[in-house]
Design a binder for this molecule. Sequence first.
Ligand code: NAD
Ligand code: ZN
Length: 360
Amino acid sequence: MTHKNFKNIDKVTYGRGSFSQLAQTVEPIRSLNKGYFVYIVDNYFKGKTLENNLQNKSKDLVYFIDVDPHEPTTEQIDTLRDEILKLQGLPSGVIGIGGGSIMDIAKALSLMLTNEGSSTLYQGLNLIKKPGVYHLGVPTISGTGAEVSMTAVLTGPEKKLGLKCDWTVFNQVILDPELIASVPTDWWFYTGMDTYIHCIESHYGIKNNAFSLAYGNQALQLCREVYLNENSGQTTDNDDKLMVASLMGGLSLTYSEVGVCHALSYGLSKILGTRHCLANCIIFQHLQDIYPIGHAEFMQMINKHKIELPKNLSKQWDDETISKMALVSYNLPFMWHHAFGDNYKEIATIDYIKELFKRL
Ligand code: NAD
Ligand code: ZN
């Protein structure tokens, strides 16, 4: 057995108002390469107070990106990379300010600025050849764990798969809970549930261990405080906790693995474009037999916050669509292995996975 050997974020700043330390944090890096930073900012912040507090210098390039039309794509990263290199040459670093989509764009861009050719060549584990430029993440939604993970998920013409290697991990993150206050309630719920599901899936599988459980149990406890207990809801105290839960949930799955919900979620997102966190919630509500304890608690949280999730979707799907989704999920064997153990191939057949999709 080979034990995992994981790269963590180099540096973390945490606390209300910590975003104001961005400029001083990146100052020592400014002398590298052509001496400027590329800002990748969620378009949501255009015209908001944060736009006036970016702390950028005149040479910096600031891109506001609308992440709503689609999740990050290989083509989008390649085009952006080519444009930036043509405009000003290799930057000192990339600063990503936004949710999971922006985190992934910043991570992928950092790598593709120094690795030639299309990002489609590097979708997978350890395919990247050279370290990217310095990259710093400022999450503005909490839950995906993208701020701490060693992958940058991209949708390409063939695969929805991450650029995954040690160099993907951020050099620095700034966790300022003030930035997540404006997240709409439904997204606050879906993204927080991504963390919750990370912890449940990490726990209930053969790859769990004391390390992953320690992070997972603490993140689950924080999720319960944020979404279930009497003081649950979108409050400042809970935003402080959710930001930490997201990071710890990400670390829990890093040291273990995700499971059935995520395997299905990749199928749903790849074929129908459903966003990751919403897709997980749509699926998890039907996994009562696979994750009974997590499912029961999840349903309590749904009821508590009066969240309406789409149901009866599969009625509109033909067999070809379901087969395509099932194939994407089937091709994530490490998730099925973790969830079902060494004889997973006998359980997680294409037909079994199709039946799971028919529950949705
Ligand atoms: P997102 O980044 O897709 O953003 C969702 C919406 O929230 C957008 O409309 C955005 O404009 C808006 N938004 C962002 N910050 C806001 C704020 N503070 N106030 C109000 N609105 C705000 O959301 P997400 O769910 O965080 O990220 C999903 C993406 O993360 C997917 O592309 C998925 O593939 C990726 N992901 C990556 C990893 C990883 O480990 N790298 C893990 C899970 C998911
Ligand atoms: Zn997830």
